[in-house]
Design a protein around this ligand. Structure first.
Ligand code: PRP
Ligand code: ORO
Length: 215
């Protein structure tokens, strides 16, 4: 993605107030990490113009980079509505991967139709450690699908995720990222010097970060 388009997506996320800073009462992430920041991409769905923009940017990535995609797969739950929108626009089949296999009914981990050997692109709303995305990749591979790549709206750019995607041989594209977001928020004066210092301390060791409650 170009730096300009990364910032344009970041601008939309800021406009819809999807990004929250709460250093004094840290958020708990899916990984268990504590964080002073949370990016709630689910809010994109509630703003049709932003939703359209994100959808078409995701379509461009799939169309231009993963032209062989035969199926799109959403990662539950954030990646499901986005993936379905993109699949609908590109007229591709859609499946989704649950966080865990359903405990009644068909007992499925993957919902929808996946034929062995089909090239699949995984759609995620956000990548932090990459664990959720890679669990979905592994489930698709175990079911016989060929994961050719993945696309997400946002990526924190942590080394742990970059290395995990490399090890799993999954090329990934994110429409925006933490660096673009913070650069823009600082330019717009939305982050105070104190908040910037907190974010820097957190970003340098997110797995070890301990928030000190505001006095
Ligand atoms: O890269 P990771 O460390 O795995 O974190 C990112 C995951 O966390 C969020 O999902 P969450 O588990 O909050 O569930 P949701 O999508 O159902 O809201 C997000 O939608 C990603 O799937
Ligand atoms: O890692 C997570 O759980 C996570 C971080 C974030 O900023 N936004 C989100 O939806 N999940």
């Amino acid at each position: 993605m170009s730096k300009i388009s990364e910032k344009q997506i970041a601008e939309k996320l800021l406009q819809i107030q999807a990004v929250k800073l709460r250093p004094s009462e840290p958020f708990t992430w899916a990984s268990g990490w504590k964080s002073p920041i949370y990016c709630d991409n689910r809010k994109i769905l509630s703003y049709p113009y932003v939703r359209d923009y994100v959808k078409s940017e995701m379509c461009n990535v799939v169309f231009e980079t993963f032209a062989d995609a035969a199926v799109l797969a959403g990662v539950a739950t954030g990646g499901i509505p986005l993936g379905a929108l993109v699949a609908d626009q590109l007229k591709l089949p859609f499946i989704y991967v649950r966080a865990k296999a359903k405990e009644h009914g068909m007992g499925n981990l993957i919902e929808g139709v996946l034929q062995p050997g089909q090239p699949v692109v995984v759609v995620e709303d956000l990548i932090s450690t990459g664990k959720s995305s890679l669990e979905a990749v592994n489930a698709i591979r175990a079911a016989g699908g060929e994961v050719i790549g993945m696309v997400s709206v946002f990526n924190y750019g942590f080394d742990v995720a970059v290395k995990a995607f490399e090890a799993a041989k999954v090329p990934f594209y994110s429409l925006s990222n933490y660096s673009a977001l913070i650069e823009l928020a600082v330019e717009k004066g939305l982050v105070s010097a104190e908040e910037q210092a907190t974010l820097e301390a957190w970003r340098s060791a997110p797995d070890k970060w301990n928030a000190t409650p505001a006095i």
